[in-house]
Design a binder for this molecule. Structure first.
Ligand code: GLA
Length: 402
């Protein structure tokens, strides 16, 4: 009898321990507050990394904020000025993150205030590991402390990287930072940057507002350099991800290289058109203060941006491919369609999309606007096409005529 009582007691204790462990395991993962709605449309802005890497300082950031306003980028919808890696120097005796005093002598708060004074929003970068990719202090073990600091500084956007994370579980690590940001008292966009390594499209929707789907972009039409990929290599990795993306939860094929010099103007038009089709965050990565007219014209093309920012938030699908020729299409709110005829080949090519391929009735009449030439063709039947330049696109918006 005593034996039985002991066994029952033992079982109860074990059950209790298991339940406690269970609660504990879930405690780290539970997000009490729902994800704030901060990215109904894909975020638009500028980030220091693609052009400047670690060579950044407060004067540069102010110059980019000034240029975002003066160049018309702000009017076109760009909002976030994001400082990427290497703004950090160390931690003080209490563990607070400290900015590099030589490069940011006025401090991060003053810089955030300056950016806000221009009607813009301010972003910072950190990492879920012990160190950032650039070897600066990461946020591991300091998530809540850092989130509170960001809130005090006036941070609106956090890009959170994945270097030096060892065996950490990505979903758990990003969930901790999401929880910390939500408890910080300030609305802060969470940009997840684990390069698609742990299939973020399967778990990131309740956690972050956007998540990188690949390794880093570099400024080339195609290619692979270690962990970095050319523009078309990144594009190919997006084709199957369309079902995971939507308002407040976007696939992120990495930042724009438009204007950085590694591609032709035609190729940059393709890059920008395709990123808009993907409902990608439009984060410019060039020097906004010296950009030439073609770069400005591309980055501020209102019709292309409207496709990117379309409220339906439906990422494009590659609906047809034959060799170097591809058709990408996405439905837009109100019954319009955006279509890109994309010629990856080295010679110009005739291309055409039929209404049938868009599941529109064959007899339908539609107005077709070419979003680069700005020409409008009225009451078009059956389909639309033209000569697509080598490495170029024709991008159109198709509006059915009632
Ligand atoms: C990683 C990220 C990049 C950039 C660098 C900074 O490579 O993917 O976008 O933030 O780190 O070190």
């Amino acid at each position: 009898m005593l034996q039985l009582v002991r066994r029952i007691a033992h079982a109860v204790i074990l059950l209790g321990l298991a339940a406690a462990a269970h609660v504990h395991a879930h405690e780290t993962l539970k997000l009490d507050a729902p994800k704030p709605l901060l990215a109904a449309a894909p975020p638009m802005g500028w980030n220091s990394w693609n052009k400047y890497g670690c060579n950044i300082d407060e004067a540069l950031v102010r110059r980019q904020a000034d240029a975002m306003v003066a160049s018309g980028m702000k009017d076109a919808g760009y909002r976030y000025i994001v400082i990427d890696d290497c703004w950090q120097k160390g931690r003080d005796a209490d563990g607070n993150i400290v900015a590099d005093p030589e490069r940011f002598p006025s401090g991060i708060k003053a810089l955030a205030d300056y950016v806000h004074s221009k009607g813009l929003k301010f972003g910072l970068y950190s990492d879920a590991g012990a160190l950032t990719c650039g070897g600066r202090p990461g946020s591991a073990g300091h998530e809540f402390q850092d989130a509170r600091q960001y809130a005090r500084w006036g941070v609106d956007y956090l890009k959170y990287d994945w270097c030096y994370t060892g065996p950490r579980n990505a979903e758990a690590a990003y969930t901790i930072m999401a929880k910390a940001l939500r408890e910080s008292g300030r609305d802060i966009v969470l940009s997840i940057c684990e390069w698609g390594d742990n299939h973020p499209e399967r778990w990131a929707q309740p956690v972050g507002h956007l998540w990188r789907t690949t390794g880093d972009i570099y400024d080339a039409w195609e290619g692979k350099k270690g962990y970095s990929l050319g523009m078309t290599n990144i594009l190919d990795l997006q084709a199957e991800l369309w079902r995971y993306s939507g308002p407040n939860a976007w696939n992120d094929p990495d930042m724009l290289e438009v204007g950085n010099g590694g591609m032709t103007t035609t190729e940059y038009e393709s890059h920008f058109s395709l990123w808009a089709m993907l409902a990608a965050p439009l984060i410019a990565g060039n020097d906004l203060s010296t950009m030439d007219e073609d770069t400005r014209r591309i980055l501020t093309n209102a019709d292309v941006i409207a496709v990117d920012q379309d409220p339906l938030g439906q990422q494009a699908r590659r609906i047809w491919k034959q060799g170097d020729l591809e058709i990408w299409a996405r439905p837009l709110q109100g019954g319009d369609h955006a279509v890109v005829l994309f010629n990856r080949g080295k010679a110009p090519s005739e291309m055409r999309v039929s209404w049938d391929q868009l599941h529109l009735p064959a007899g339908l009449k539609a107005d077709v606007k070419d979003l680069w030439s700005k020409k409008v063709y009225r009451n078009v039947r059956d389909g639309y096409g033209g000569t697509v330049a080598a490495h170029g696109v024709i991008m159109v918006r198709i509006t059915p005529v009632p």
